[in-house]
Design a protein around this ligand. Structure first.
Ligand code: PLP
Length: 354
């Protein structure tokens, strides 16, 4: 039996995508060769890369608006330094909403002055700071749209005249936004798009080329753009599976359709957390993430029973991150409402036992 996979990442992918990906490893679309043994310059793979790039822009509503989509390597963690390397001339602003923001800040400091514009560190990042001022002399402002570890999500984005850079690793393609408010978006594939190994970068080309420093080729967005995301051998399998997931999402009705499902899933688990005295939410209500729900058990005596029940029902991957504790149910795009229902059933059964 396939388990209910609540893993925070690498994460669940659509069943149909998995099936097709497995087939392509053996033989790609009847060409007599495996996806992972053909040249990345072959017409088959070039078409896959182009499809992945255009689907990304299409789903985000950014086609023909001066953006380029790239599938790079090195994870979102490499973007922490690449963003600064390419955009930080003197001073950048960062909103500190957790572990990933802190890592981004650390790398940016290698390239210039970093101002922490706002932070929620005072309460172990259980909320999203609001109402802060953004200085107008920044090279860019960096934010993290969804804080995977703490279960918080930005609902309203800061209005600013400086370029806006967003780490969307754990909620890209999950909800409708005006994506043109961002000048650069990046996301490691393994949270909502594909296997680990590639990172989607969507960048507005006009913000590049302004720092006046030499940038090594592999770290230069302009180089990757000029080579259509094929400067060197791309991670072909990760790009292919990401393309399949994006196609799956398009066929489903795009971001609008998935957002509706994601809201239903989130409502289901959060209403259980709020109504069931055995559980308590960790993140501030108004900032709760639709992707990662974090919660504690209020009666430690029921912990073992809860975990045994989860195990027996095939619920996998709900332990909280070590820096938060408790539990975390990650409900990315490919998770069905039935799987969330399976977890919620156990939570309400536990209340009866308590
Ligand atoms: C997982 C995650 C990262 C790190 O991604 P890697 O691809 O492992 O480098 C960065 N930011 C956020 C918000 C994440 O969830």
């Amino acid at each position: 039996m396939k388990k209910h996979n609540f893993s925070a990442g690498p994460c669940i992918l659509p069943k149909e995508v998995m099936q097709k990906a497995a087939e392509a490893v053996v033989e790609l679309d009847g060409i007599g060769l495996s996806l992972i043994e053909i040249s990345h310059r072959s017409k088959e793979f070039v078409a896959i890369m182009e499809k992945a790039r255009s689907l990304a822009l299409e789903l985000l509503g950014l086609e023909g608006k001066g953006y380029s989509a790239l599938f790079l390597q090195g994870g979102a963690s490499t973007q922490f330094l690449m963003v600064a390397h390419n955009l930080l001339k003197k001073k950048a602003g960062y909103v500190n909403t957790g572990t990933w923001s802190l890592k981004a800040i650390k790398e940016a400091k290698l390239f210039g002055e970093v101002v922490e514009v706002a932070s929620s560190q005072d309460q172990n990042f259980n909320y999203i700071p609001k109402g802060y001022a953004v200085p107008s002399d920044l090279d860019y402002l960096h934010i993290t749209s969804n804080n995977t570890i703490f279960g918080t999500q930005i609902k309203e984005f800061p209005k600013t005249n400086v370029p806006l850079v967003c780490d969307m690793s754990s909620d890209i393609f999950s909800r409708q936004l005006d994506f043109s408010q961002f000048d650069l978006i990046y996301a490691g594939a393994q949270k909502n798009m594909g296997p680990a190994g590639t990172t989607l970068v969507v960048v507005k080309e006009e913000i590049l080329g302004k720092v006046g420093r030499e940038i090594p080729s592999m770290l230069d967005y302009k180089v990757h753009i000029s080579k259509d995301s094929m400067f060197n051998t791309p991670p072909v399998f990760a790009v292919y599976v990401s393309m399949l997931t994006l196609q799956w999402l398009k066929d489903l009705g795009g971001i609008a359709a998935i957002e509706e499902i994601n809201e239903k899933k989130a409502n289901l688990i959060y209403s259980e957390i709020d109504l069931n005295p055995v559980f308590a939410g960790i993140a501030a209500k108004e900032d709760r993430s639709n992707m990662n729900a974090t919660f504690n058990i209020t009666d430690e005596g029921l912990k073992e029973t809860f975990e045994t029940m989860c195990k027996e029902a095939g619920i996998s991957g709900i332990s909280g991150h070590r820096s938060v504790g408790g539990y975390r149910a990650s409900m990315y795009n490919a998770m069905t409402i039935e799987s969330v229902g399976a977890l919620v059933d156990i939570m309400s059964e536990l209340e009866k036992k308590g």
